[in-house]
Design a protein around this ligand. Sequence first.
Ligand code: 5AD
Ligand code: SF4
Length: 441
Amino acid sequence: MPSVYIETYGCQMNVSDSELMYGKLRAEGYESVDVPHGADVVLVNTCAIRENAEQRVIGRLGELRRDLKPGAILGVTGCMAQRLGARLLETDTRVQIVVGPDAYRMLPALIDGARQGERFSATDFDLEEHYEDFTARRFEGVKAWIPVQRGCDYRCTYCIVPTTRGPERSRRLADVVRETRDVAEQGITEVVLLGQTVNSYHDGTHDFADLLRAVGAVEGIRRVRYTSPHPNDFSDRVIAAMAETPAVCEHVHLPMQSGSTAMLKRMLRRYSREDYLACVERLRAAIPGLGLTTDIIVGFPGETDGEFEETLSLCRAVRFDDAFTFKFSAREGTPATRMPPEWTVPDAVVDARYDALVATVRGISRERNMARLGQRLEVLVEKEARKGDLYQARSRDFKTVLVPGTADSIGRYLHVELSGTTGATFTGTPVAERHALPMAG
Ligand code: 5AD
Ligand code: SF4
Protein backbone atom coordinates (compact mmCIF):
# COMPACT_ATOMS: atom_id res chain seq x y z
CA MET A 1 0.00 0.00 0.00
CA PRO A 2 1.43 3.41 -0.84
CA SER A 3 1.51 5.77 2.14
CA VAL A 4 0.53 9.43 2.45
CA TYR A 5 1.40 12.06 5.03
CA ILE A 6 -0.40 15.42 5.16
CA GLU A 7 0.87 18.33 7.25
CA THR A 8 -1.76 20.97 7.95
CA TYR A 9 -1.34 24.71 8.54
CA GLY A 10 -3.94 27.41 9.16
CA CYS A 11 -7.59 27.32 10.11
CA GLN A 12 -10.10 24.56 10.89
CA MET A 13 -11.29 24.62 7.28
CA ASN A 14 -7.84 23.37 6.32
CA VAL A 15 -7.95 20.69 9.02
CA SER A 16 -11.28 19.60 7.57
CA ASP A 17 -9.92 19.66 4.01
CA SER A 18 -6.98 17.49 5.09
CA GLU A 19 -9.46 14.99 6.54
CA LEU A 20 -11.23 14.95 3.17
CA MET A 21 -7.96 14.46 1.27
CA TYR A 22 -6.91 11.62 3.56
CA GLY A 23 -10.37 10.10 3.08
CA LYS A 24 -10.17 10.32 -0.69
CA LEU A 25 -6.68 8.84 -0.82
CA ARG A 26 -7.64 6.04 1.57
CA ALA A 27 -10.50 5.16 -0.78
CA GLU A 28 -7.89 4.96 -3.55
CA GLY A 29 -5.77 2.48 -1.60
CA TYR A 30 -3.37 4.71 0.34
CA GLU A 31 -2.61 4.30 4.02
CA SER A 32 -2.07 7.40 6.16
CA VAL A 33 1.11 7.76 8.18
CA ASP A 34 1.93 10.30 10.86
CA VAL A 35 5.48 11.22 9.90
CA PRO A 36 6.81 12.44 6.54
CA HIS A 37 9.88 10.23 6.80
CA GLY A 38 9.43 7.24 4.51
CA ALA A 39 6.04 8.32 3.11
CA ASP A 40 5.38 7.82 -0.62
CA VAL A 41 3.35 11.02 -0.84
CA VAL A 42 3.86 14.12 1.32
CA LEU A 43 1.35 16.95 1.09
CA VAL A 44 1.62 20.31 2.82
CA ASN A 45 -1.83 21.87 3.24
CA THR A 46 -1.10 25.57 3.48
CA CYS A 47 -2.47 28.90 4.72
CA ALA A 48 -1.99 32.29 3.03
CA ILE A 49 -3.73 34.60 5.49
CA ARG A 50 -0.57 36.38 6.65
CA GLU A 51 2.96 36.62 5.29
CA ASN A 52 4.43 34.70 8.25
CA ALA A 53 2.08 31.75 7.60
CA GLU A 54 3.59 31.47 4.11
CA GLN A 55 7.16 31.95 5.34
CA ARG A 56 6.69 29.06 7.73
CA VAL A 57 5.56 26.80 4.87
CA ILE A 58 8.51 27.81 2.66
CA GLY A 59 10.88 26.97 5.51
CA ARG A 60 9.12 23.69 6.12
CA LEU A 61 9.29 22.69 2.45
CA GLY A 62 13.05 23.18 2.63
CA GLU A 63 13.24 20.84 5.63
CA LEU A 64 10.92 18.26 4.12
CA ARG A 65 12.85 17.91 0.89
CA ARG A 66 15.83 16.71 2.92
CA ASP A 67 13.63 14.21 4.74
CA LEU A 68 11.89 12.67 1.71
CA LYS A 69 12.72 9.20 0.56
CA PRO A 70 13.90 8.97 -3.06
CA GLY A 71 10.98 8.99 -5.46
CA ALA A 72 8.51 10.38 -2.91
CA ILE A 73 5.98 12.84 -4.32
CA LEU A 74 5.89 16.27 -2.67
CA GLY A 75 2.75 18.37 -3.12
CA VAL A 76 1.44 21.71 -1.88
CA THR A 77 -2.31 22.13 -1.33
CA GLY A 78 -4.57 24.78 0.20
CA CYS A 79 -4.61 28.56 0.10
CA MET A 80 -0.97 29.19 -0.70
CA ALA A 81 -1.18 26.64 -3.53
CA GLN A 82 -4.18 28.49 -4.91
CA ARG A 83 -2.51 31.88 -4.55
CA LEU A 84 0.82 30.99 -6.12
CA GLY A 85 -0.22 28.18 -8.48
CA ALA A 86 2.44 27.32 -11.04
CA ARG A 87 4.76 29.92 -9.50
CA LEU A 88 5.37 27.39 -6.70
CA LEU A 89 6.56 24.82 -9.23
CA GLU A 90 9.08 27.34 -10.52
CA THR A 91 10.42 28.44 -7.13
CA ASP A 92 10.61 24.97 -5.56
CA THR A 93 11.86 22.39 -8.02
CA ARG A 94 11.18 19.48 -5.66
CA VAL A 95 7.43 20.25 -5.55
CA GLN A 96 5.56 18.22 -8.19
CA ILE A 97 1.92 19.01 -7.60
CA VAL A 98 0.14 22.18 -6.55
CA VAL A 99 -3.57 21.77 -5.75
CA GLY A 100 -6.02 24.50 -4.75
CA PRO A 101 -8.98 24.03 -2.36
CA ASP A 102 -11.51 23.19 -5.10
CA ALA A 103 -9.34 20.63 -6.93
CA TYR A 104 -8.75 17.88 -4.34
CA ARG A 105 -10.82 15.48 -6.46
CA MET A 106 -7.89 15.46 -8.90
CA LEU A 107 -5.32 14.40 -6.28
CA PRO A 108 -5.10 10.67 -7.16
CA ALA A 109 -4.69 11.46 -10.87
CA LEU A 110 -2.14 14.18 -10.17
CA ILE A 111 -0.13 11.84 -7.94
CA ASP A 112 -0.18 9.17 -10.67
CA GLY A 113 1.03 11.79 -13.16
CA ALA A 114 3.79 12.87 -10.77
CA ARG A 115 4.99 9.25 -10.63
CA GLN A 116 5.50 9.50 -14.38
CA GLY A 117 7.56 12.63 -13.78
CA GLU A 118 4.88 15.20 -14.54
CA ARG A 119 4.58 18.46 -12.63
CA PHE A 120 1.17 20.08 -12.49
CA SER A 121 -0.79 22.84 -10.82
CA ALA A 122 -4.61 22.56 -10.47
CA THR A 123 -6.18 25.78 -9.25
CA ASP A 124 -9.56 26.16 -10.98
CA PHE A 125 -12.49 27.08 -8.77
CA ASP A 126 -15.46 24.73 -8.92
CA LEU A 127 -18.59 26.30 -7.51
CA GLU A 128 -20.36 22.95 -7.31
CA GLU A 129 -17.60 21.21 -5.38
CA HIS A 130 -18.41 20.12 -1.84
CA TYR A 131 -16.74 16.69 -1.99
CA GLU A 132 -20.05 15.07 -1.06
CA ASP A 133 -18.88 11.61 -2.11
CA PHE A 134 -15.65 11.79 -0.04
CA THR A 135 -15.64 10.20 3.41
CA ALA A 136 -13.51 12.30 5.75
CA ARG A 137 -10.78 10.42 7.62
CA ARG A 138 -11.22 12.02 11.05
CA PHE A 139 -8.37 12.18 13.53
CA GLU A 140 -10.14 14.08 16.25
CA GLY A 141 -12.30 11.59 18.15
CA VAL A 142 -14.30 13.94 20.33
CA LYS A 143 -15.62 16.56 17.93
CA ALA A 144 -16.15 16.63 14.19
CA TRP A 145 -15.42 19.53 11.87
CA ILE A 146 -18.21 19.81 9.32
CA PRO A 147 -17.77 22.25 6.43
CA VAL A 148 -21.12 23.81 5.52
CA GLN A 149 -19.97 26.61 3.24
CA ARG A 150 -16.91 27.22 1.08
CA GLY A 151 -15.50 30.55 -0.12
CA CYS A 152 -16.40 34.12 0.83
CA ASP A 153 -18.43 36.87 -0.86
CA TYR A 154 -17.30 39.69 1.43
CA ARG A 155 -14.37 41.71 0.21
CA CYS A 156 -12.66 42.91 3.36
CA THR A 157 -9.78 44.93 1.97
CA TYR A 158 -7.02 43.16 3.93
CA CYS A 159 -8.15 39.62 3.18
CA ILE A 160 -6.74 37.10 0.71
CA VAL A 161 -9.45 34.49 1.37
CA PRO A 162 -11.85 35.52 -1.42
CA THR A 163 -8.91 35.05 -3.81
CA THR A 164 -7.78 31.70 -2.41
CA ARG A 165 -11.14 30.11 -1.71
CA GLY A 166 -13.34 31.75 -4.32
CA PRO A 167 -16.99 32.76 -4.12
CA GLU A 168 -19.31 31.67 -1.34
CA ARG A 169 -21.42 28.55 -1.78
CA SER A 170 -23.30 26.41 0.73
CA ARG A 171 -23.78 22.67 1.01
CA ARG A 172 -27.33 21.35 0.99
CA LEU A 173 -28.83 21.14 4.45
CA ALA A 174 -29.72 17.47 3.89
CA ASP A 175 -26.05 16.68 3.17
CA VAL A 176 -24.87 18.43 6.34
CA VAL A 177 -27.47 16.58 8.39
CA ARG A 178 -26.46 13.25 6.82
CA GLU A 179 -22.82 13.85 7.75
CA THR A 180 -23.84 14.88 11.27
CA ARG A 181 -25.84 11.64 11.65
CA ASP A 182 -22.83 9.65 10.45
CA VAL A 183 -20.51 11.16 13.03
CA ALA A 184 -23.11 10.79 15.80
CA GLU A 185 -23.37 7.09 14.94
CA GLN A 186 -19.61 6.84 15.44
CA GLY A 187 -20.08 8.16 18.98
CA ILE A 188 -19.02 11.77 18.37
CA THR A 189 -21.23 14.15 20.35
CA GLU A 190 -19.92 17.58 19.28
CA VAL A 191 -19.90 19.11 15.80
CA VAL A 192 -18.35 22.36 14.65
CA LEU A 193 -19.96 23.85 11.53
CA LEU A 194 -17.39 25.62 9.38
CA GLY A 195 -17.68 28.46 6.92
CA GLN A 196 -15.85 31.68 6.18
CA THR A 197 -18.97 33.68 7.08
CA VAL A 198 -20.87 30.69 8.31
CA ASN A 199 -24.06 32.46 9.37
CA SER A 200 -24.65 33.71 5.81
CA TYR A 201 -25.20 30.02 4.97
CA HIS A 202 -28.05 29.56 2.49
CA ASP A 203 -28.59 26.48 0.34
CA GLY A 204 -31.31 28.08 -1.79
CA THR A 205 -34.06 26.83 0.52
CA HIS A 206 -32.68 26.87 4.06
CA ASP A 207 -30.79 29.53 5.98
CA PHE A 208 -28.39 29.18 8.90
CA ALA A 209 -31.25 29.23 11.42
CA ASP A 210 -32.74 26.14 9.74
CA LEU A 211 -29.32 24.51 9.70
CA LEU A 212 -28.70 25.08 13.43
CA ARG A 213 -32.10 23.64 14.31
CA ALA A 214 -31.67 20.63 12.00
CA VAL A 215 -28.15 19.78 13.17
CA GLY A 216 -29.11 20.39 16.81
CA ALA A 217 -31.96 17.87 16.44
CA VAL A 218 -29.71 14.99 15.33
CA GLU A 219 -29.86 12.21 17.90
CA GLY A 220 -26.65 11.84 19.91
CA ILE A 221 -25.40 15.39 19.21
CA ARG A 222 -25.00 17.24 22.52
CA ARG A 223 -22.98 20.23 21.36
CA VAL A 224 -23.11 22.31 18.19
CA ARG A 225 -20.59 25.09 17.56
CA TYR A 226 -19.88 27.13 14.47
CA THR A 227 -17.13 29.41 13.20
CA SER A 228 -16.75 32.12 12.02
CA PRO A 229 -19.85 34.28 11.73
CA HIS A 230 -20.00 37.81 10.31
CA PRO A 231 -21.81 40.41 12.47
CA ASN A 232 -24.03 41.46 9.55
CA ASP A 233 -25.46 37.97 9.10
CA PHE A 234 -26.93 37.62 12.59
CA SER A 235 -30.58 37.85 11.61
CA ASP A 236 -33.23 37.60 14.33
CA ARG A 237 -34.00 34.13 12.96
CA VAL A 238 -30.42 32.97 13.47
CA ILE A 239 -30.21 34.38 17.00
CA ALA A 240 -33.56 32.78 17.88
CA ALA A 241 -32.42 29.42 16.50
CA MET A 242 -29.27 29.66 18.56
CA ALA A 243 -31.17 30.54 21.72
CA GLU A 244 -33.87 27.90 21.22
CA THR A 245 -31.76 24.91 20.16
CA PRO A 246 -30.48 23.29 23.36
CA ALA A 247 -27.47 21.64 21.69
CA VAL A 248 -26.11 24.93 20.29
CA CYS A 249 -23.37 26.09 22.67
CA GLU A 250 -23.42 29.48 24.38
CA HIS A 251 -20.38 30.82 22.56
CA VAL A 252 -19.88 33.09 19.58
CA HIS A 253 -16.55 33.92 17.97
CA LEU A 254 -17.44 37.31 16.47
CA PRO A 255 -14.58 38.92 14.53
CA MET A 256 -14.48 42.66 15.31
CA GLN A 257 -11.22 43.61 13.52
CA SER A 258 -11.34 47.24 14.74
CA GLY A 259 -13.33 49.46 17.08
CA SER A 260 -13.20 52.53 14.85
CA THR A 261 -15.97 53.17 12.35
CA ALA A 262 -13.58 55.04 10.02
CA MET A 263 -11.17 52.13 10.11
CA LEU A 264 -13.94 49.57 9.62
CA LYS A 265 -14.91 51.52 6.50
CA ARG A 266 -11.38 51.29 5.10
CA MET A 267 -11.46 47.59 5.89
CA LEU A 268 -14.83 47.31 4.10
CA ARG A 269 -16.29 45.41 7.03
CA ARG A 270 -19.76 46.87 6.29
CA TYR A 271 -20.64 47.66 9.93
CA SER A 272 -19.86 50.51 12.33
CA ARG A 273 -18.62 50.43 15.90
CA GLU A 274 -22.22 50.98 17.02
CA ASP A 275 -23.53 48.18 14.77
CA TYR A 276 -20.98 45.78 16.25
CA LEU A 277 -21.92 46.70 19.80
CA ALA A 278 -25.62 46.37 18.96
CA CYS A 279 -24.98 42.88 17.57
CA VAL A 280 -23.21 41.89 20.80
CA GLU A 281 -26.11 43.24 22.83
CA ARG A 282 -28.71 41.32 20.81
CA LEU A 283 -26.71 38.11 21.22
CA ARG A 284 -26.20 38.61 24.94
CA ALA A 285 -29.86 39.48 25.52
CA ALA A 286 -30.99 36.29 23.76
CA ILE A 287 -28.38 33.90 25.16
CA PRO A 288 -27.64 34.15 28.88
CA GLY A 289 -24.08 33.26 29.85
CA LEU A 290 -22.79 33.73 26.29
CA GLY A 291 -19.02 33.39 25.85
CA LEU A 292 -17.70 35.92 23.37
CA THR A 293 -14.37 35.85 21.56
CA THR A 294 -13.05 37.88 18.64
CA ASP A 295 -10.34 38.65 16.08
CA ILE A 296 -8.63 42.06 15.98
CA ILE A 297 -6.10 43.50 13.52
CA VAL A 298 -3.70 46.29 14.49
CA GLY A 299 -1.69 48.46 12.14
CA PHE A 300 -4.05 48.40 9.18
CA PRO A 301 -3.17 51.24 6.75
CA GLY A 302 -4.09 54.70 8.02
CA GLU A 303 -4.66 53.59 11.63
CA THR A 304 -4.30 56.69 13.82
CA ASP A 305 -3.65 56.80 17.56
CA GLY A 306 -7.27 57.83 18.01
CA GLU A 307 -8.58 54.94 15.94
CA PHE A 308 -6.45 52.48 17.85
CA GLU A 309 -7.78 53.95 21.12
CA GLU A 310 -11.27 53.23 19.81
CA THR A 311 -10.30 49.57 19.37
CA LEU A 312 -9.15 49.47 22.99
CA SER A 313 -12.28 51.22 24.19
CA LEU A 314 -14.57 48.84 22.26
CA CYS A 315 -12.72 45.91 23.86
CA ARG A 316 -13.40 47.49 27.25
CA ALA A 317 -17.03 48.08 26.37
CA VAL A 318 -17.65 44.52 25.13
CA ARG A 319 -15.37 42.71 27.59
CA PHE A 320 -14.47 39.71 25.44
CA ASP A 321 -13.65 36.39 27.04
CA ASP A 322 -10.69 36.16 24.69
CA ALA A 323 -9.33 37.71 21.51
CA PHE A 324 -6.99 36.62 18.75
CA THR A 325 -4.82 39.61 17.88
CA PHE A 326 -2.96 40.06 14.60
CA LYS A 327 -0.53 42.57 13.14
CA PHE A 328 -1.71 43.63 9.71
CA SER A 329 0.08 41.78 6.92
CA ALA A 330 -0.13 43.17 3.39
CA ARG A 331 -1.31 40.44 1.00
CA GLU A 332 -0.48 40.74 -2.68
CA GLY A 333 -3.49 41.69 -4.79
CA THR A 334 -5.75 42.77 -1.89
CA PRO A 335 -7.23 46.30 -1.99
CA ALA A 336 -5.24 47.28 1.13
CA THR A 337 -2.03 47.11 -0.91
CA ARG A 338 -3.35 49.89 -3.15
CA MET A 339 -3.87 52.35 -0.31
CA PRO A 340 -1.58 55.42 -0.19
CA PRO A 341 1.93 54.41 0.95
CA GLU A 342 1.92 57.22 3.54
CA TRP A 343 -0.87 55.31 5.31
CA THR A 344 1.54 52.52 6.21
CA VAL A 345 1.89 52.31 9.99
CA PRO A 346 5.59 52.11 11.04
CA ASP A 347 6.63 48.74 12.51
CA ALA A 348 7.56 50.25 15.87
CA VAL A 349 4.10 51.80 16.20
CA VAL A 350 2.44 48.51 15.23
CA ASP A 351 4.52 46.65 17.80
CA ALA A 352 3.64 49.08 20.58
CA ARG A 353 -0.05 49.00 19.72
CA TYR A 354 -0.02 45.25 19.52
CA ASP A 355 1.49 44.97 23.01
CA ALA A 356 -1.02 47.45 24.40
CA LEU A 357 -3.90 45.53 22.82
CA VAL A 358 -2.71 42.18 24.15
CA ALA A 359 -2.33 43.66 27.65
CA THR A 360 -5.85 45.11 27.52
CA VAL A 361 -7.43 41.92 26.20
CA ARG A 362 -5.60 39.72 28.71
CA GLY A 363 -6.49 42.00 31.61
CA ILE A 364 -10.19 41.82 30.78
CA SER A 365 -10.04 38.09 30.22
CA ARG A 366 -8.34 37.57 33.57
CA GLU A 367 -10.93 39.68 35.42
CA ARG A 368 -13.79 37.78 33.80
CA ASN A 369 -12.20 34.43 34.60
CA MET A 370 -11.38 35.29 38.21
CA ALA A 371 -15.01 36.23 38.74
CA ARG A 372 -16.05 32.72 37.73
CA LEU A 373 -14.05 30.78 40.31
CA GLY A 374 -16.33 28.51 42.30
CA GLN A 375 -18.88 28.14 39.49
CA ARG A 376 -20.02 24.67 38.52
CA LEU A 377 -20.43 23.66 34.93
CA GLU A 378 -20.34 20.81 32.47
CA VAL A 379 -17.19 20.12 30.48
CA LEU A 380 -16.35 17.71 27.69
CA VAL A 381 -12.93 16.07 28.04
CA GLU A 382 -11.04 16.49 24.75
CA LYS A 383 -7.46 15.30 25.13
CA GLU A 384 -4.43 14.92 27.34
CA ALA A 385 -3.13 18.27 28.55
CA ARG A 386 0.34 19.28 27.46
CA LYS A 387 1.85 18.94 30.89
CA GLY A 388 1.15 17.02 34.03
CA ASP A 389 -1.28 14.17 34.19
CA LEU A 390 -4.28 16.40 33.58
CA TYR A 391 -6.75 16.31 30.72
CA GLN A 392 -7.99 19.27 28.72
CA ALA A 393 -11.74 19.83 28.72
CA ARG A 394 -14.07 22.52 27.39
CA SER A 395 -17.14 24.18 28.77
CA ARG A 396 -20.07 24.99 26.52
CA ASP A 397 -19.02 28.64 26.60
CA PHE A 398 -15.56 27.68 25.33
CA LYS A 399 -13.45 27.90 28.46
CA THR A 400 -10.48 25.55 28.67
CA VAL A 401 -10.61 23.58 31.92
CA LEU A 402 -7.87 21.19 33.05
CA VAL A 403 -9.27 18.22 34.92
CA PRO A 404 -7.90 15.05 36.47
CA GLY A 405 -8.68 11.93 34.47
CA THR A 406 -7.47 8.88 32.61
CA ALA A 407 -7.33 8.05 28.91
CA ASP A 408 -10.87 6.73 29.38
CA SER A 409 -12.10 10.20 30.27
CA ILE A 410 -11.64 11.46 26.69
CA GLY A 411 -15.03 12.03 25.11
CA ARG A 412 -16.83 12.04 28.49
CA TYR A 413 -18.87 14.84 30.03
CA LEU A 414 -18.03 15.84 33.59
CA HIS A 415 -19.44 18.30 36.08
CA VAL A 416 -16.71 20.37 37.62
CA GLU A 417 -16.25 23.27 39.97
CA LEU A 418 -13.86 25.92 38.64
CA SER A 419 -11.22 25.76 41.35
CA GLY A 420 -8.33 27.77 39.92
CA THR A 421 -7.34 29.96 36.99
CA THR A 422 -4.11 31.13 35.42
CA GLY A 423 -6.14 34.06 34.12
CA ALA A 424 -6.53 32.32 30.78
CA THR A 425 -7.37 28.70 31.55
CA PHE A 426 -9.02 26.99 34.52
CA THR A 427 -8.48 23.96 36.65
CA GLY A 428 -11.62 22.07 37.57
CA THR A 429 -12.51 19.74 40.42
CA PRO A 430 -15.06 17.10 39.54
CA VAL A 431 -18.31 17.27 41.49
CA ALA A 432 -20.85 14.47 41.69
CA GLU A 433 -23.64 16.07 39.73
CA ARG A 434 -24.97 19.42 38.66
CA HIS A 435 -25.97 21.50 41.68
CA ALA A 436 -28.15 24.53 41.46
CA LEU A 437 -26.17 27.72 41.97
CA PRO A 438 -26.59 29.09 45.49
CA MET A 439 -29.22 31.77 45.84
CA ALA A 440 -27.91 35.28 46.12
CA GLY A 441 -28.01 36.85 49.60
N1 5AD B 1 -3.33 40.68 8.16
C1 5AD B 1 -3.54 40.40 9.47
N2 5AD B 1 -4.59 39.69 9.91
C2 5AD B 1 -5.46 39.21 9.01
N3 5AD B 1 -6.59 38.49 9.13
C3 5AD B 1 -7.10 38.27 7.91
N4 5AD B 1 -6.34 38.84 6.97
C4 5AD B 1 -5.30 39.44 7.63
C5 5AD B 1 -4.19 40.21 7.21
N5 5AD B 1 -3.97 40.50 5.93
C6 5AD B 1 -7.12 38.07 10.44
C7 5AD B 1 -8.54 38.58 10.66
C8 5AD B 1 -9.37 37.35 10.50
C9 5AD B 1 -8.43 36.29 11.02
C10 5AD B 1 -8.78 34.90 10.63
O1 5AD B 1 -7.19 36.65 10.49
O2 5AD B 1 -8.62 39.08 11.98
O3 5AD B 1 -10.58 37.40 11.23
FE1 SF4 C 1 -11.79 37.54 4.70
FE2 SF4 C 1 -13.71 39.32 5.28
FE3 SF4 C 1 -14.33 37.03 3.97
FE4 SF4 C 1 -13.64 36.93 6.58
S1 SF4 C 1 -15.45 38.00 5.73
S2 SF4 C 1 -12.85 35.58 4.92
S3 SF4 C 1 -12.11 38.56 6.72
S4 SF4 C 1 -13.04 38.70 3.21
